[in-house]
Design a protein around this ligand. Sequence first.
Ligand SMILES: C[S@@+](CC[C@H](N)C(=O)[O-])C[C@H]1O[C@@H](n2cnc3c(N)ncnc32)[C@H](O)[C@@H]1O
Length: 328
Amino acid sequence: MADDSSTAAASTTTSPPLTAVATTTVTGGLSKTAQKKLLKQQKFEAKRAEKKAAAKAQKKSETERKRKEWEDKLATMSEEEKLKVMESRKEVRKERMDRRAEEKQLKAERLNAAKMNGQNVVIDLEFSDLMTPTEINSLVQQIMYCYAVNGRCTSAAHLWLTGCQGEMDKQLQRLPGFDKWIIDKDTQPYIQTFEHQKEHLVYLTADSETMLDDLDPKKIYIVGGLVDRNRWKGITMKKAEEQNIQTAKLPIGNFLKMSSSQVLTVNQVIEIILKYLETRDWKDSFFQVIPQRKRFEADSEEKQGDLVDDKDEQQYDVQEKKKPCTET
Ligand SMILES: C[S@@+](CC[C@H](N)C(=O)[O-])C[C@H]1O[C@@H](n2cnc3c(N)ncnc32)[C@H](O)[C@@H]1O
């Protein structure tokens, strides 16, 4: 885990909800660590924009090439052959659309069933003041990914987004079809949404001393909506303690050797929960979700820092092809 020895209040965020835990010393303006991080982030963003533009240009030229190929092929055909080919293409397209409509229908049925009696999982979105717009964007991508994975699960969970306001809400609203998502969204904090079920709330946090043993359908599991590369160490644990609600950590250590940090991203935690709901097997769930590169023991402090400092880690984890893990 990246860690500076000193702690100081974060200087750039507005009214953090708790008295936690920034890990950088600020000596007027930006600290050296912050300057280094900023520079690294700027470089990363420039590189990402470059890659995106290159991919877009390549896609365009590929589409153009295929279109030309198709036109050339048509030009060599008789009118009768052309009609036949067009008909067959129409047929294929229609089949594809029917299949998609059917999948969509099944997904809606699964999610509606989960809304009635599935496992409740909350993403706590009260931390948006502590994130940069890029981090908020990354969290939004993770939420989108979680929703898509949940929709494909045979044992889908029911997702809640609580404390959803401001920039966070704005960015979510921009997602295509977001208003039709089968979830519950609340501007209020979960502590108010579930004020009559407080005893059922369990905040999942890597800092808990309680190991999650099984998922209890009566419980409401909360995941901290944070992309912070653990800049806000312990913030969810502190919040749960202050609210006097239960906490638990995933039983990762029982099954896997991790590379230093057991702090996972939001989408990884939710995916593990979804896999577990399907398989009731923690080991299998961890192996399928946790990327291989997170498993090795770090061989130096530097490497440990990289794990949580890696600029595109959270984005990367959403996209990375999952590789098999090794056992402890
Ligand atoms: C990127 S982490 C945020 C880390 C943040 N500094 C904190 O104190 O929670 C996103 C969320 O995933 C959940 N999480 C991550 N690793 C976990 C673990 N090993 N066990 C339980 N929950 C975990 C927590 O709810 C956490 O808030």
